[in-house]
Design a protein around this ligand. Structure first.
Ligand code: PEP
Length: 247
């Protein structure tokens, strides 16, 4: 079994202006030559400038979403081709905020993954249950169904990551305990193996939801946790670096 290289990715969401590039540069300086893979997904308007600011460093730049199509009459949308053209290497797809606010289904996310693959982007595909689903004992079932529905067969042999982000843990300060994380990550790993065989062993399964410097080491050392997708704590270089160093 191949152990995936850990990936710590920051999701800046709708935060960040040109002045925030200094924070990204501080991250790049702080990580130096770490063996951990590091990514920052800023708002799309900053992608090009960030790739230029971080050229020659270890930090990869990513988008937070991409359309299913490459071009067309889709006012306000951004395609995977445009992200790649701007220098992005990663793209977050199926984030729960988009699944909720824009009614993104598993089938739509799977099409977005195909768009990412067409343009050489490494997708970080998000899955996760709501609090109601967890309370009803449906977390495993919901998450594994999202993995099966959101990851197309074309991912076989390609670089990708899955991010387990319980919706109730995002931005709330709440986190599942390690046995709860390990149960879901183990089930995601089994599902990936059933879908893609040993090829999927290289794909890290990230945990996301209120990761911060104070809880990062504990979460990142749970079984099958291959890194983190970090929201709020990725906005400050000092906090993000502390999380990267906790791997
Ligand atoms: C996220 O939105 O992907 C996330 C993990 O947010 P936070 O770390 O702020 O909970």
């Amino acid at each position: 079994m191949t152990t995936p290289t850990p990936l710590i990715a920051g999701n800046w969401k709708m935060n960040g202006l040109a002045s925030s590039l200094a924070e990204a540069k501080a991250v790049a300086e702080g990580v130096g030559t770490t063996s951990v893979r590091v990514g920052i997904c800023p708002p799309s308007l900053l992608i090009h400038r960030m790739t230029e600011a971080l050229a020659g460093t270890k930090v990869l730049v990513g988008g937070q979403d991409a359309h299913t199509d490459d071009t067309g009459a889709f006012t306000g949308d951004i395609s995977a081709e445009m992200l790649a053209d701007a220098g992005a290497k990663l793209v977050i797809l199926g984030h729960s905020e988009r699944r909720d606010a824009y009614r993104e289904s598993d089938a739509l996310v799977a099409k977005k993954v195909l768009a990412a693959l067409r343009h050489g982007l490494e997708p970080i595909i998000c899955v996760g249950e709501s609090l109601e689903q967890r309370k009803a004992g449906q977390a495993l079932e919901v998450v594994t169904a999202q993995v099966r529905g959101s990851l197309p067969a074309e991912l076989k042999g390609k670089a990708f990551a899955v991010a387990y982000e319980p919706i109730w843990a995002i931005g709330t300060g709440l986190t599942p305990n390690n046995p709860q994380i390990e149960e879901i990550h183990g089930a995601i790993r089994e599902t990936l193996t059933a879908m893609f065989g040993e090829d999927a062993d290289k794909a890290p399964i990230l945990y996301g939801g209120s990761v911060k410097p104070s809880n990062a080491a504990e979460i990142l050392h749970a079984r099958e946790v291959g890194g983190a997708l970090v929201g709020g704590a990725s906005l400050k270089a000092e906090d993000f670096l502390a999380i990267i160093r906790a791997v």
